[in-house]
Write a protein that binds this ligand. Structure first.
Ligand SMILES: [Zn+2]
Ligand SMILES: [Zn+2]
Length: 293
């Protein structure tokens, strides 16, 4: 079986393939028999790619000098369950967080009250059920719940010791990168959406698979010979390069398939726009067509 859509097979199985039936009183245009219809062999590209990349990032963090031993022992638990290991420490120095705060003993301005030591709370009005009596909300000033009126809090960076070290941290993350996409050749939008829907979820046959990189030689029955990919293979190539970048590829399974499409275009008559139809072989082997209504 072949996946090549041909005019001969389309005439035998699909004629008439009518476009513009709704717009024209005299029945529209049969793309398979009308005068001046252009048939272009174009190809869609289907990408199914999964890549697992090991990404290593390094950063510096300032920590209290008294935390150095504990940190070197256990590392740092980061967001998303990823752990950071410690590569080394700088010499101890003055904590940069509280150095400019102007307070003694390693304290900084309380960020909750902004240094006022107080905060306002709203006292809720009392409700008397049955009488619908309401009182206006009243405000009351109380001591800040974070600093308890002290206006400053212990510096979170140095823990009040005023001495810190800069830790060099390394994070190793395994990043899955997935991409499933149908790249269509230039077609009218209406055809695009329906065609993508037909091709997006199928399992493409191995004979339509294209070689990617080195070491692969998929079977080829000539189904795609003479079909024009326009620039879609270059776009897919760039997509794959981006998926393989910025890290060490640990595992990958990337499949690229071509899908031959016979695009029929009839010139617009009496001011009507150009009519278009796409003929292709479906995954199960039946010839199918979509027309621009
Ligand atoms: Zn406060
Ligand atoms: Zn500090």
């Amino acid at each position: 079986m072949t996946f090549r859509p041909t005019l001969e097979r389309a005439r035998a199985e699909l004629q008439p393939l009518v476009v513009g039936r709704a717009l024209h009183l005299f029945g529209g245009t049969d793309l398979l028999s009308a005068e001046g219809v252009e048939a272009r062999p174009l190809a869609a590209v289907i990408l199914r790619a999964a890549v697992l990349v090991k990404v290593v990032t390094e950063r510096e963090a300032e920590v209290g000098a008294d935390q150095q031993g504990a940190l070197a022992h256990r590392g740092v638990s980061g967001a998303g369950g990823s752990d950071e290991s410690v590569l080394g420490f700088s010499e101890p120095g003055r904590c940069t967080t509280c150095a400019l705060a102007g307070f003694d003993a390693g304290r900084i301005t309380c960020t909750v009250c902004g240094g006022s030591g107080t905060m306002e709370i709203f006292k809720h009005p009392t409700h008397t059920i049955g009488h619908h009596r309401r009182e206006a909300a009243t405000r009351e000033t109380v001591a800040c719940t974070a600093c308890h009126g002290a206006r400053t809090v212990v510096c979170p960076t140095c823990g009040g010791t005023r001495r810190t070290v800069r830790a060099r941290l390394r994070r190793v993350a395994f990043e899955p990168r997935l991409r499933q996409h149908v790249y269509l050749p230039s077609l009218r939008l209406a055809n695009d959406e329906r065609l993508v829907a037909r091709l997006a979820d199928c399992t493409p046959p191995e004979v339509l698979r294209l070689a990617v990189g080195a070491g692969e030689d998929p079977p080829d029955d000539g189904s795609l010979d003479g079909f024009d990919f326009e620039d879609r293979l270059e776009i897919v190539q760039r997509q794959l390069e981006a998926m393989f970048a910025d890290g060490e590829v640990v595992q990958h399974d990337c499949r690229v398939y071509g899908w031959p499409l016979l695009v029929l275009r009839a010139p617009g008559v009496h001011g009507a726009r150009e009519a278009e139809g796409v003929v292709f072989v479906e995954p199960a082997g039946a010839l199918a067509a979509l027309v621009d209504e």
